[in-house]
Design a protein around this ligand. Structure first.
Ligand code: CDP
Length: 315
């Protein structure tokens, strides 16, 4: 099968916003993947120039000074004046500064992971990115692995709602139990929308008071998000980046080899069987992002040897 034809077909489908031919798309992934170090280096350089992920993916005392104005990433007309109380909560420097991981896994939450048997393959990485404190371990271990070095947490839908704003004992206990499964970094988008800031700061105070350093709760840098989004806008991604796409872009900046799992935003699997949205629940497609369009970009990267997108079962 000619991979170029697949891509062309998918783009045509996307323009018409008709459903993507997922069977065709799945077929494309049958071949072996060939890493292209040169293409990876070029993209990494471009990403460094636009966004300097290593130094600026989170707010630090180095990039966030008292009196500075922070522009919210999503509510673009809203701003926040940096106080000394905020800067005191931030790490001095970025934990990614001068670092490079050799093999990384970025794990999306798609149901394509169910029954994939990819847990070990995911955990083989030196650094594992996950999205939104997903359920891991136990019955999911075989398909999704247990290792994690970085996860995002949503301040509104998770900290405020699921963990009850850390106001009830039950909410606090659940938060403590859940975050312990995710050592490394707990990335919170405190400056996406105004409503996220207070609750994010509260969560940071909560872990600081309890001397929880692992995971370290860090605040996403809205400027980095905007720069990354603008970069991808110029490269064909029109909508707000999904968490998984944003993580993938970050991984490309700090990893030599990137493996993606759990990315498949379609309601049929490559064999044309019905598929849920998340590997842990039915979930629903969200209209803010354009995940099929993002997936096409991932497909392009896969073809170019930039990332290895895993959509089939692991051996
Ligand atoms: O809620 P949010 O969009 O942030 O993401 P999620 O549903 O928790 O899933 C994490 C990421 O996995 C998404 O941002 C997508 O990039 C990816 N995903 C996918 O590619 N296909 C799916 N069926 C579900 C998620």
């Amino acid at each position: 099968i000619n991979s170029k034809t697949v891509t062309q077909n998918v783009s045509r489908h996307l323009q018409k916003t008709t459903p993507v031919d997922v069977v065709e798309l799945g077929r494309h992934f049958n071949g072996t993947w060939q890493q292209n170090d040169k293409a990876i280096a070029v993209l990494r350089e471009e990403l460094y120039n636009c966004c300097s992920t290593q130094d600026d993916f989170i707010l630090t005392q180095k990039n966030t000074k008292i009196g500075m104005t922070i522009h919210y990433a999503i509510q673009k007309d809203r701003t926040y004046r940096v106080t000394s109380a905020l800067t005191r909560m931030l790490p001095k420097t970025s934990p990614f500064s001068g670092r490079r991981f050799s093999r990384c896994s970025v794990v999306g939450n798609g149901a394509i992971l169910s029954q994939s048997g990819c847990g070990q393959e995911i955990d083989r990485a030196d650094y594992v990115f996950r999205c939104n404190l997903p359920p891991i371990g136990g019955k999911y271990a075989e398909d999704t692995g247990i290792k994690s070095n970085f996860t995002t947490a949503n301040p509104i839908s998770q900290i405020s709602w699921i963990y009850k704003g850390l106001r009830t004992q039950q909410g606090r206990d659940k938060f403590m139990t859940d975050i312990k499964k995710f050592p490394g970094l707990l990335w919170v988008s405190a400056f996406g929308v105004k409503a996220a800031t207070g609750i994010s700061q509260q969560a940071l105070r909560f872990v600081t008071q309890r001397r929880i350093r692992n995971p370290a709760l860090v605040f996403g840098n809205p400027k980095h998000f905007i720069n990354t989004m603008n970069y991808w806008k110029a490269h064909g991604l029109s909508n707000r980046l999904s968490t998984g796409m944003y993580m993938s872009s970050m991984a490309l900046s700090v990893c030599d080899q990137v493996h993606l799992f759990g990315f498949w935003p379609f309601d049929k699997d490559p064999e044309d069987q019905p598929l849920a949205y998340h590997y842990y629940d039915k979930g629903k497609v969200d209209k803010v992002h354009n995940m099929p369009q993002e997936f096409l970009k991932l497909l392009e990267w896969h073809q170019q040897g930039i990332v290895n997108v895993h959509v089939h079962k692991c051996e």
